[in-house]
Write a protein that binds this ligand. Structure first.
Ligand SMILES: [Fe+2]
Ligand SMILES: [Fe+2]
Length: 134
């Protein structure tokens, strides 16, 4: 489960921080569903919601990057493509995972979000704040 910490996970841009918290909530909801032993179909629909909201969120960041001429735009966009691919792979595989994989999937999703925030979104946040975005 992701325990949201503004000090660690915040990027300092209100809209992006709100979207990241929404992503963390969706991931935690998937974690609960996995722990409850929900059937693969319900897990798939929860993952569909996560994919959709992720794409919307990535679009928001990419819009900021284009608008402010961010130097790291190309690699950051590539990072987003990779994240979506990872979710789609998980969506496909989730039916064949057994209970032993449950904790692994939950850990994976936590890492999926927080590592990208730390490596790519925080530097973008610094940049945008320097440009006067809040
Ligand atoms: Fe990002
Ligand atoms: Fe992000």
């Amino acid at each position: 489960m992701i325990k949201w910490d503004p000090e660690t996970h915040g990027v300092g841009i209100r809209e992006l921080d709100e979207q990241h918290q929404r992503l963390a909530e969706l991931i935690n909801r998937i974690g609960e569903a996995i722990n409850n032993g929900d059937d693969p179909e319900s897990l798939r629909s929860l993952l569909d919601v996560l994919v959709q909201f992720s794409e919307f969120h990535f679009f928001t960041e990419e819009h900021y990057m284009a608008q402010y001429g961010y130097h790291g735009e190309a690699s950051h966009r590539q990072g987003h493509h990779h994240l979506v691919d990872q979710l789609l792979t998980l969506r496909q595989d989730i039916a064949t995972k057994d209970k032993a994989d449950a904790q692994h999937i939950i850990d994976f999703l936590g890492y999926w979000l927080t590592q990208h925030i730390l490596e790519m979104d925080r530097p973008l946040g610094y940049w945008l704040r320097a440009k006067g975005v809040k």
